[in-house]
Design a protein around this ligand. Structure first.
Ligand SMILES: Cc1cc2nc3c(=O)[nH]c(=O)nc-3n(C[C@H](O)[C@H](O)[C@H](O)COP(=O)(O)O)c2cc1C
Length: 524
């Protein structure tokens, strides 16, 4: 043994380095077959992959300016972090924004601001801003609900978020009198930490799923009866980041506990189908809303991202005819977040919030039924001036997802889909989520909500109003970018495509000229 060790010790260090590099070069050229760059430029090719992998962090920390990044720029993130920590969230010397740039929002202040009378709730609680409408009152539900906070936690499931993050959020909403939307993953023990809950389900019916993958009304009724923290029920039709896509929770995130809560298998990707089994058209959806409201007594709403309006028109018509309908509608913008979505969907499918919401609101306004619905907006609205704009357009409440994540420490690493979230929020990795100090983070979420409400109410008062529900469309100005500047392709390019004959995908599948072979081979 000793002669071998002596021999190895006699070899100079650089010979080891050269040897290792030689092995890497050998592997690059002769063994690996998947990277052309490494093959053509052995060893140095790796630098390219490494530089590419650290590029986002380099740009975020050193290159991007304060207003440059998306989805949330440094100033926006900084405002949330400082507000959540109750630190100084002011800026000195005046705005650093080009306030002439397009889409910039102006709130028109009143000559004399609203004066808070003595004994007014805002004299006692500077952040008291509840929802001005009551969910379920019009439809005479047995248990109507008025959200005590106009800002609330948007749908994010236990599964896409860690147990620690969900628990911190629920404890946070309890402290801030807000509600916590469960997202699609069912009601977990971490949602039952004292906060009001909006139970949300999508096409996977997780937590209220029958053995054939449909919605079980019995399970839903039992869930509501067993959990008085549930104040309302939301049926997800779509979300801004991936409308009509369904969802994928990567197998890497499916622990035993999540599998039990959702009623699925450990370690296997979980797919929520693109469409619902429990209804297939608008009138069946309306029936389901009534059924759920009847058995649970709770307000029932729907969540959707907006694109085409014809089915929404149909829904509004049925509401007029029957006098019934959803108690609330949550409108998500195309800029909305997700745990995982293909970029083609996240970037292109569904309208941005301002366009989608304004179109949808008119559908109900022209039928004079907006008063029957609590409108909820989500899509980067967790900033007081943007919220003022949303209120002016007709929302009654704001839901926030990523802003809530940032308040408990999200650093916008944008790797929610990998289970490697460095902040322990969008991961099921125990080590990473153990870093979350739940009492501290719940304080932070609560403080962000309180600061948000305090600033929004201050803006409201500056505009001469008492409550943000009083904002009108005339109170907010936006530089140029109105709906008239976005046009459909027909108007832009001056022609209509000639219709392509199409008799169904089966015809294409069976076609003798079908190229490729993967599809046809797998069917054999
Ligand atoms: C990690 C994550 C998980 C989400 N899960 C759901 C979900 O289960 N159901 C849903 O309707 N929306 C889901 N969303 C979308 C949010 O509820 C919200 O509509 C969207 O992110 C816009 O709000 P924001 O701009 O404040 O993030 C999720 C978003 C994120 C970031």
């Amino acid at each position: 043994m000793e002669p071998i060790l002596n021999f190895l010790a006699a070899i100079p260090w650089w010979a080891y380095v050269l040897g290792a590099l030689g092995l890497i070069a050998f592997r690059d050229i002769f063994i690996q077959k998947s990277h052309t760059i490494s093959h053509n430029y052995p060893i140095v090719g790796h630098l390219r992959y490494w530089m590419e992998s650290i590029g986002p962090e380099m740009r975020q920390y050193f290159v991007a300016n304060n207003r440059e990044e998306l989805p949330f720029n440094r100033i926006e993130r900084g405002w949330i972090y400082a507000s959540a920590k109750k630190e100084n969230n002011y800026e000195g010397f005046g705005t650093d924004r080009d306030i002439y740039e397009h889409q910039h929002i102006f709130v028109k202040n009143q000559m004399m601001a609203f004066k808070i009378p003595e004994g007014h709730p805002n004299a006692l609680h500077k952040d008291f801003v509840p929802c001005a409408k009551v969910m379920g009152i019009h439809n005479k539900r047995r248990k109507p609900y008025r959200p005590a906070s106009i800002i609330n936690v948007s749908a994010m499931s236990f599964g896409s978020l860690s147990a620690a993050a969900v628990e911190a959020m629920n404890k946070g909403v309890a402290k801030a009198d807000a509600y916590h939307n469960t997202g699609e993953g069912g009601l977990s023990p971490y949602h039952k930490q004292g906060g009001d809950v909006v139970f949300h389900f999508g096409t996977g019916y997780f937590g209220v799923r029958s053995s054939d993958g449909n919605l079980s009304l019995e399970k839903l009724e039992k869930l509501v009866n067993d959990n008085p923290c549930i104040k309302a029920i939301e049926i997800k039709l779509s979300q801004g980041a991936k409308p009509g896509k369904g969802g994928v929770l990567p197998g890497a995130k499916i622990t035993k506990e999540i599998a039990e809560i959702r009623g699925v298998e450990v370690g296997k990707d979980v797919l929520s189908p693109a469409t619902h089994k429990a209804f297939s058209n608008v009138s069946e959806l309306m029936d389901l809303i009534e059924k759920i409201a009847e058995i649970t007594g709770l307000p029932v709403g729907i969540k959707g991202a907006i694109g085409k309006l014809d089915q929404w028109e149909e829904l509004a018509d049925i509401m007029v005819e029957t006098g019934k309908g959803p108690d609330f509608i949550a409108v998500d913008g195309g800029e909305g977040g997700t745990g995982a979505a293909p970029p083609s969907f996240a970037d292109h499918v569904s309208l941005p919030w301002v366009y989608g919401f304004s179109e949808l609101y008119k559908v109900f306004q022209t039928r004079n039924i907006t008063h029957r619905i609590v409108f909820i907006g989500s899509g980067k609205l967790g900033f007081p001036a943007k919220a003022a704009m949303a209120f002016a357009m007709g929302v009654d409440c704001i839901n926030v997802a990523r802003e809530a994540m940032m308040s408990i420490g999200c650093i916008q690493a944008q790797i929610c889909h990998t289970n490697r979230c460095p902040a322990g929020i969008a991961t099921q990795n125990k080590w990473r989520q153990n870093g979350i100090n739940i009492p501290l983070k719940s304080d932070r979420l609560a403080q962000y909500f309180k600061t948000f409400r305090k600033e929004l109410i201050e803006i409201t008062h500056a505009a001469g109003y008492e409550h943000p529900c009083q904002f009108t469309m005339h109170d907010i100005q936006v530089n140029v970018d109105d709906i008239d500047l976005t046009r459909n392709l027909r108007t832009t390019y001056g022609y209509n495509k000639t219709q392509v004959p199409f008799k169904g995908s089966q015809v294409l599948y069976d076609c003798e000229y079908l190229g490729g072979k993967n599809f046809t081979e797998s069917a054999k």
